[in-house]
Design a protein around this ligand. Structure first.
Ligand SMILES: NC(=O)c1ccc[n+]([C@@H]2O[C@H](COP(=O)([O-])OP(=O)(O)OC[C@H]3O[C@@H](n4cnc5c(N)ncnc54)[C@H](OP(=O)(O)O)[C@@H]3O)[C@@H](O)[C@H]2O)c1
Length: 315
């Protein structure tokens, strides 16, 4: 199963595997098993960043890229995979000028054991470097054949618009994909902020935190008990507002489609303007099995409407 990722020329499985668990909450062996299982299910689209997982004690960043690179090499499958990574959050590569971007890319290529990146994101904006310098640096990577497509993550709508306008005026390669936080239970500020810019410039959107850190799987219920993980506090923050009616509706729709709640939560995203496909990270093979049915799941219009109404942002 492959879809066109907007006008990027990339053909991808309609569920991207997030990489911030790989080499972090999933150790190397588990990460290999997850990657093997994802590829066996037809998956070909992996997301990572130089920044993953610098926050873990003893890590320096690049651990996720390293595991993915070792896996790509050991399976000999680099040409079958579409690899996305990012620059801009890992010190000193928070400076988005040519010197820093070139250096960060070289390190990512090395860790990923490859000679090109399919989708390279600015992980966050850099307000201290001129947009002209950043645009020229990213454009240069595409012209050199080191990067196929560019993306922007976590930009303010105004800065994204001005970066895109500048690149357009100068005929430079620029961002075609965005990655921002967006899910059924977290719709703002994306819907009124960056989404209109994405519509205006024809960008495709691959949102992160799309499973609300596991909340939409139904694993956390009001009055229930659960295993604590690094994500429990974020996931359970949605319980009071959305724990009963929303999860009940997601569950009913899942039963109707004979699928998982996670798949329904992720499929709702695909119904939204600009969203190309969902992206989620998993810690275990069981979690992967639970999210995989999202690939290609299409909800009925009345199901989408019901879910959309239940989480409509209040003014
Ligand atoms: N651009 C950015 O700034 C940015 C920021 C964050 C993430 N990302 C990317 O987006 C990907 C996904 O984002 P995310 O990890 O923040 O959010 P997410 O996909 O909403 O949540 C993933 C977490 O939810 C839990 N989970 C996953 N599948 C589950 C299932 N089937 N049942 C129950 N729990 C499940 C796991 O946490 P437990 O350990 O609790 O089980 C997993 O680590 C990342 O891997 C990364 O590639 C990008």
């Amino acid at each position: 199963m492959r879809i066109n990722l907007g006008g990027t020329g990339l053909k991808v499985f309609p569920l991207q595997l997030g990489g911030n668990t790989l080499g972090f909450t999933a150790d190397r062996d588990t990460s290999f098993r997850i990657l093997d299982a994802y590829a066996s299910a037809g998956g070909n689209f992996i997301d990572t960043a130089d920044f993953y997982s610098v926050w873990a004690p003893g890590n320096v960043g690049g651990e996720s890229e390293t595991v993915i690179g070792e896996w790509l090499e050991s399976r000999g499958c680099r040409d079958e995979m579409v690899v996305a990574t990012k620059v801009g959050m890992l010190e000193p590569y928070t400076v988005l000028d040519r010197k820093h971007i070139d250096e960060a890319l070289a390190r990512s290529l090395d860790r990923l054991r490859t000679d090109r990146i399919d989708l390279y994101y600015a992980h966050q904006d850099d307000l201290n470097t001129s947009q002209e310098d950043t645009a020229a640096a990213f454009d240069g990577l595409v012209r050199a054949g080191l990067v196929r497509t560019l993306g922007a993550s976590n930009f303010s709508p105004d800065r994204l618009r001005s970066a895109l306008t500048l690149a357009r005026q100068r005929g430079l390669h620029s961002y075609q994909v965005i990655q921002d936080e967006y899910s059924l239970v977290n719709r703002q500020p994306f819907e009124t902020g960056t989404m209109p810019v994405a519509v205006e410039f024809g960008l495709v959107n691959i949102p992160y935190r799309s499973l609300a850190k596991g909340f939409l799987s139904g694993r956390y219920r009001p009055g229930g008990s659960w295993q604590e993980t690094t994500h429990t506090s974020i996931a359970t923050s949605y319980l009071e507002k959305y724990g009963t009616e929303l999860l009940g509706t997601v569950e009913t729709i899942a039963r109707r489609h004979d699928t998982t709640m996670s798949a329904v939560g992720l499929a709702w995203l695909t119904s939204r303007p600009t969203v190309a496909l969902p992206l989620s990270g998993v810690r275990t093979l069981e979690q992967l099995d639970d999210i995989l049915p999202a690939a290609g799941l299409v909800l009925d219009d009345d199901e989408v409407d019901a879910l959309t109404a239940l989480t409509a942002p209040s003014d």
